[in-house]
Design a protein around this ligand. Structure first.
Ligand code: ATP
Ligand code: MG
Length: 189
């Protein structure tokens, strides 16, 4: 399988669909949110820096994030495609990813955009707050994350469009339907 970039607002299902895609196509998976939460849990220097940004609903600075991503990517088993979940989130990150992959003679692959209405997103995140207790899943931080998404991340969809990589899937109320549309598309890649 080619590389896949999964893109969407907080709560759009990036992690959920990534897991399904990984098991169907036997790919590698990089979730930058999970990487950062692991660092926080282990009390590393990086974790200490990341914690403040995450609790505030802000993005980790690009330069730091790009370095983490490159390190994580280079530690993945070679030869399989990788699904990028939660990266890139800014134009600078997208440009850096493009350059990093070009340097390694790897293809960027395809981008999957998950479009979900905001009411559904909020309900999902509040529900996840009860189930998983993530530090950033409270109403105040969620609102900040939505604003960051609209201002810094959403404009990236156009960037992918220009790269000819954008493939949009819109939530219509059923995970099964969404998954079968995504699989039908990926089966052709
Ligand atoms: P979901 O997991 O439901 O899609 P999300 O996209 O908000 O929600 P994560 O991807 O887990 O959650 O990211 C959590 C937080 O980690 C972000 O709010 C941000 O602070 C930080 N983070 C993750 N990826 C990046 C990135 N590429 N650049 C900067 N910060 C990041
Ligand atoms: Mg996630």
């Amino acid at each position: 399988m080619k590389n896949i970039i999964i893109f969407g607002a907080p709560g759009s299902g990036k992690g959920t669909y990534s897991d399904e895609i990984v098991s169907r196509y036997n790919m590698g998976h990089i979730s930058t949110g999970d990487v950062l939460r692991g660092e926080i849990k282990n009390g590393t220097e990086l974790g200490k820096i990341a914690d403040g940004y995450i609790q505030n609903g802000q993005l980790i600075p690009d330069e730091l994030m790009i370095n983490i991503l490159a390190k994580t990517y280079d530690a993945m088993p070679a030869g399989k495609g990788v699904i990028f979940d939660g990266f890139p989130r800014t134009i600078a990150q997208a440009e850096a990813l493009k350059q990093m992959l070009a340097e390694r003679k790897h293809d960027m692959g395809v981008m999957i955009e998950l479009v979900v209405d905001e009411e559904t997103l909020l309900a999902r995140l509040l529900n996840r707050a009860k189930e998983q207790g993530r530090a950033d899943d409270n109403e105040e931080t969620i609102k900040k994350r939505f604003a960051v998404y609209h201002n810094q991340t959403a404009p990236l969809a156009e960037w992918f469009e220009k790269e000819g990589m954008r493939n949009t899937f819109t939530w219509k109320g059923s995970k099964e339907q969404m998954l079968s549309e995504i699989f039908a598309f990926l089966d052709k890649q």
